[in-house]
Ligand binder design. Structure first.
Ligand SMILES: NC(=O)c1ccc[n+]([C@@H]2O[C@H](COP(=O)([O-])OP(=O)(O)OC[C@H]3O[C@@H](n4cnc5c(N)ncnc54)[C@H](O)[C@@H]3O)[C@@H](O)[C@H]2O)c1
Length: 370
């Protein structure tokens, strides 16, 4: 079993990573939460249907009083109304500060249940139990618990570190290909910005010719190593800059233009991971145009993208819509724009005031013509 010891200003906690660690959960709960008299597992209706038996086994194995709260599935339910529903149930169940909330699901459930747990009674015990790749390598770690407000994503929230994280790669086996691609985009980001070994491992363990190569990849033993490497990076980044004053921003590589592509495509045709994939290509292209990076670098990354089925061409969209979005991007402070660019593999730099012509040039050159 792999264990990461996360050390934050708010608290120290452990991240357990192991295939089928779910079977050991009751024991981990008893050892680490001996004062709890109740557990509440929060998940979505869709995830509950997939893992019904497993969830029941986990809860019954813990041999303390338990409840399940189901939320409708989807990003649109990561809002204050769902938080209110959760508060009502936590109150009905008479939950106290030593009792445990388990956020069982992808990033949406992690953020939503995490926010409710952080604020109810000014904080109850929280276990993040991520079931997507994004959840396991990114969103469950680091304590950002946020919800959407009106049309604005992630604007209400706080920092609340979990008391434990359980990462079971076996839970990923039911993800469909699009969800796998979504998570692989975040993994590639770690490989490009922090740890090139991740790129080599992905490259060596993905069979280029096999149609279901992504499903095969996530079932390989080595995928647990990849998750571990990414989770360790995230833990270290959070330790350096827990409250996101600067360094933690490196985790947003590819997100500046990625968010704008996602918005310009109206969140429908392009999902988050696909948009970040394209955003990383644009960041590489801009780095190249500014003379920071050699041309061959982009080709090497595109070869890995092809193996992992990540998109590197932006679908035909209105360039003006992407640029308008950039203007409104929260990362733009005053009249300056801020990009995370590269001087080489694992050599990220913050770069301000990239000229508009360079940005539009990169976007147009990497956009489908029809
Ligand atoms: N707090 C943070 O630091 C942070 C970081 C990154 C992303 N996020 C947030 O995370 C969210 C995205 O997370 P996500 O990509 O995990 O998406 P998600 O939580 O929306 O899950 C995607 C879909 O996969 C389904 N699903 C989950 N686990 C499954 C499984 N094992 N098998 C089959 N289907 C499964 C879900 O029900 C959902 O329909 C966004 O809201 C984003 O803002 C937060």
């Amino acid at each position: 079993m792999r264990v990461i010891y996360a050390c934050t200003k708010i608290r120290k906690y452990k991240i357990f990573i192991n295939p089928d660690i779910t079977n050991m959960f009751p024991e981990l709960l008893r050892k680490n939460f001996s004062n709890a008299s109740k557990i509440v597992l929060i998940t979505s209706d869709k995830i509950f249907n997939i893992f019904k038996n497993r969830i029941r086994n986990i809860l019954e194995g813990c041999s303390i009083s338990n409840e399940i709260i189901l939320i409708k599935d989807g990003e649109q339910y990561k809002n204050i109304k769902s938080v209110n529903d959760i508060y009502k149930k936590l109150s009905d169940f008479n939950i106290h500060r030593d009792d445990v909330v388990i956020a069982f699901g992808g990033g949406v459930i992690g953020d939503l249940a995490g926010f409710a747990a952080a604020t109810y009674h000014r904080g109850v015990k929280l276990i993040q139990y991520p079931t997507t790749i994004t959840g396991q390598v990114d969103s469950s770690i680091g304590g950002k618990v946020v919800i959407n407000y009106s049309n604005y994503k992630n604007v209400i929230g706080c920092f609340y570190q979990p008391h434990m994280i359980i990462i079971d790669p076996v839970l990923l086996y039911s993800l469909d290909e699009l969800q796998i691609i979504n998570g692989l985009a975040e993994i590639i980001k770690y490989g490009i910005v922090f740890d090139k070994k991740i790129l080599n491992i992905l490259d060596e363990n993905t069979e280029a010719e096999s149609k279901d190569r992504l499903e095969k990849l996530i079932k390989k033993k080595v995928f647990t190593d990849i998750i571990y490497r990414c989770a360790l990076i995230k833990t270290k980044v959070v330790r350096k800059d827990e409250f996101d004053y600067g360094y933690r921003n490196l985790l947003n590589f590819g997100h500046t233009i990625g968010h704008c592509i996602e918005k310009a495509a109206n969140l429908k045709k392009v999902n988050h991971g696909q948009a970040v994939s394209m955003g990383m290509i644009i960041a590489i292209d801009i780095s190249n145009k500014l003379g920071l990076l050699r041309r061959e670098f982009k080709n090497r990354i595109i070869d890995i993208y092809k193996k992992l089925k990540l998109p590197f061409i932006i679908p035909k969209l209105e360039l003006n819509n992407i640029m308008d979005s950039l203007e409104h991007d929260k990362k733009i402070k005053g009249s300056r724009n801020k990009f995370i660019l590269l001087k080489g593999l694992n050599r990220p730099v913050f770069y301000y005031n990239v000229e508009k012509d360079i940005i539009t040039g990169s976007i147009s050159e990497n956009m489908a013509k029809n």
